[in-house]
Write a protein that binds this ligand. Structure first.
Ligand SMILES: [Fe+2]
Ligand SMILES: [Fe+2]
Length: 233
């Protein structure tokens, strides 16, 4: 086993999240921690991940003794190189959070799913703040062959995504909320979200990249810092 190995099979459930946190908190980029649990650690890890801004990834396997062996690593081992690298990574980060909501809802862990849904909405707001308040304001996009301005279309889709997300968040709050009542709403948004991100990366990002590439280096660097700060806010 590597030096970051830790056996938590004797740790009481109420202390597990803190124990894992101390195990990984100073873990340098590129390293992994291997942790052994007595029970399925999915809830513990999801909850810790929420606290750590969805910065963790893990793989779980079962040992012959029936324990749960988990390898934990950081989501990103290399810092983003520019504005679009940050935005594409943020798409992936939001997708991963939304998949967690779907997974936890399917498993009937509605309290945890609801918490991640709230964090997802917060993440969406920051992401849209970059795209609306920074990029769309600075760079005009010409109308396409159908006469539609891709930026206006993007903003309309953002409103739709945000409205659907808020509706889902509220539906977790209903007293009679069940996996069956929330899952169909999640499925609709999942499809809409992935189509939107694909369209955005294929149509708007190339126009924005072209415009930013023409800007002086100092302006580019300042914009990059502003984007990083907004996403991290
Ligand atoms: Fe986006
Ligand atoms: Fe978007």
């Amino acid at each position: 086993m590597n030096e970051n190995y830790c056996d938590l099979t004797q740790t009481p459930p109420s202390h597990l999240q803190t124990a894992v946190f101390y195990e990984i908190k100073d873990m340098p980029r590129g390293e992994t921690a291997t942790v052994l649990f007595a029970e399925d650690p999915a809830i513990t890890l999801h909850s810790l991940n929420l606290q750590l801004r969805n910065n963790l990834r893990w793989e779980i396997s079962r040992t012959d003794a029936g324990h749960w062996l988990t390898t934990i690593h950081r989501a990103e081992d290399v810092p983003p190189v520019d504005v679009f690298d940050s935005l594409k990574r943020d798409h992936k980060r939001l997708d991963a959070m939304f998949s967690q909501v779907i997974h936890l809802t399917d498993q009937n862990h509605l309290v945890q799913a609801h918490a991640i849904m709230r964090a997802f909405i917060e993440g969406l707001r920051k992401h849209f703040a970059v795209e609306h308040d920074i990029l769309a304001k600075a760079i005009r996009t010409p109308p396409n062959a159908m006469g539609v301005d891709p930026t206006a279309a993007m903003m309309q889709e953002h409103n739709e995504i945000l409205n659907q997300s808020i509706m889902i968040e509220l539906s977790f709050d209903e007293e009679d909320a069940t996996s069956t009542s929330v899952s169909p709403l999640l499925a609709i948004l999942a499809g809409y979200l992935s189509k939107h991100e694909y369209r955005e990366e294929a149509t708007i990002f190339p126009i924005w990249i072209g415009a930013i590439n023409k800007a002086p280096e100092a302006a580019k660097a300042a914009l990059f810092q502003q984007v990083l700060a907004t996403l991290a806010d």
